[in-house]
Design a protein around this ligand. Sequence first.
Ligand SMILES: NC(=O)c1ccc[n+]([C@@H]2O[C@H](COP(=O)([O-])OP(=O)(O)OC[C@H]3O[C@@H](n4cnc5c(N)ncnc54)[C@H](O)[C@@H]3O)[C@@H](O)[C@H]2O)c1
Length: 440
Amino acid sequence: MKIAIIGTGHVGLVTGACFAQKGHKVICVDNNHGKIKSLQKLIMPFYEPRLEQMVRRNYKASRLIFSTDIKQAVNFAEIVFIAVGTPLGPGGGADLSQIRRVAKEIAHHLNHRYKIIVEKSTVPVGTAEEIERIIKLYAPENASFDIVSNPEFLQEGSAIETTLRPDRIVLGVKTKRADNIIRLLFASFNSKILVTDINSAELIKHAANSFLAMKISYINSLANICEKTGADIKSVAYGIGLDKRINPHFLNAGIGYGGFCLPKDISAFIHISDKLGYDFQILKAVRDVNNLQREFVVRKIKKSLRNNLKNRHIGIWGLSFKPDTDDIRESPSIYIIQKLLQEQAYIKSYDPYAMKEAQKVLPNIHYCRDPYETAYKTDCLFIATEWDIFKNISLPRLKAIMRQPIIIDGRNIFEPEKMKKLGFVYHGIGREEPQISQIK
Ligand SMILES: NC(=O)c1ccc[n+]([C@@H]2O[C@H](COP(=O)([O-])OP(=O)(O)OC[C@H]3O[C@@H](n4cnc5c(N)ncnc54)[C@H](O)[C@@H]3O)[C@@H](O)[C@H]2O)c1
């Protein structure tokens, strides 16, 4: 099939490359001319495992091209995906200005040749209806089209895998004609396909992300209880995860969720619920707990340095919001570093891929060549992202180079017993010494 993707970001580029890999002809469009120029030279705009090879292969086979010309793309395609950003708006809802603009632009180039317009960006329920209204307003009278909602569930860091083999593909459709064509497009993905009405499809995305965020805030709350009782959050998470109704995934205690999706999607879901007249209390608590978790971590670091960070040297391992990506949007690591800087700590950091991005928002910290340089002569080392390189570090060498062997492990990548034996002062999340005497 002939496919256009409007918005060549983390979702649009991966989706375009995967469709091309399946043998379709794909035009990826973006209004960022620099990005498109670089892609035409096969320079990727962000790091994602396996993406570059897949883009190269399909570009060379002329199945994947990059353009800034939305008219060319709409004329060419049978199916047009909208994959532009839906960032957090000023009032806490989703900012849909990019979506509205693209809908209007697409409308201008429609005609009697039937097309499917797919809403892939994450949007509040009811947005597809708005897109349809906009298109009808600006398209010529003979324009023939249907709207489909196809929320995206890819995970950065394993985006290719989670696009080609998602747990499910959700398709919100209104007409039989669109249903038949869009099912055909996804038939080769070998995943469960759920076809539903458009509002349900839109809601599934916000509902899924909120549930994931809820699991994280729940396990972080449990971790805080563990710290007060001497229980071990890893054992507790394992114990509850064995229950099939709960499952073991997404139960890692840490420094809170981040990234481009969960924080803004949770906020947008709360916002749309408020507008619909429903006070989504659980979700508000999930958001508050997540914000608090970062503060807990800052307090933990401060406490380990006798509540005085002035001129203390702190090493930070990891800047991206999760491993295997250079995405630092809403990364808890960045937030925590900013807090430490406010207290006049001296910060050095290392991340395998995210340092270039981090330099744009944190120009005043020192960036290192490797994890050891980051730890060298530090008073404390904070682990913010669970990259494999950190898990495989030589611990005796690490201990030897630190000024004080204090580690705050925000991702629980090491075992407290082992660290203690090696002579570290080690604090994980939810894995502290018993403080049961605190119970009054
Ligand atoms: N990143 C993820 O992991 C992920 C996962 C699932 C869903 N989503 C959702 O997918 C959507 C896109 O996310 P993303 O991470 O790819 O965003 P992104 O910021 O990486 O990419 C969006 C792209 O759209 C382009 N764009 C904006 N306006 C345009 C226009 N008028 N014409 C052409 N291009 C335009 C931007 O230049 C940018 O390259 C969002 O709604 C997001 O919530 C993201």
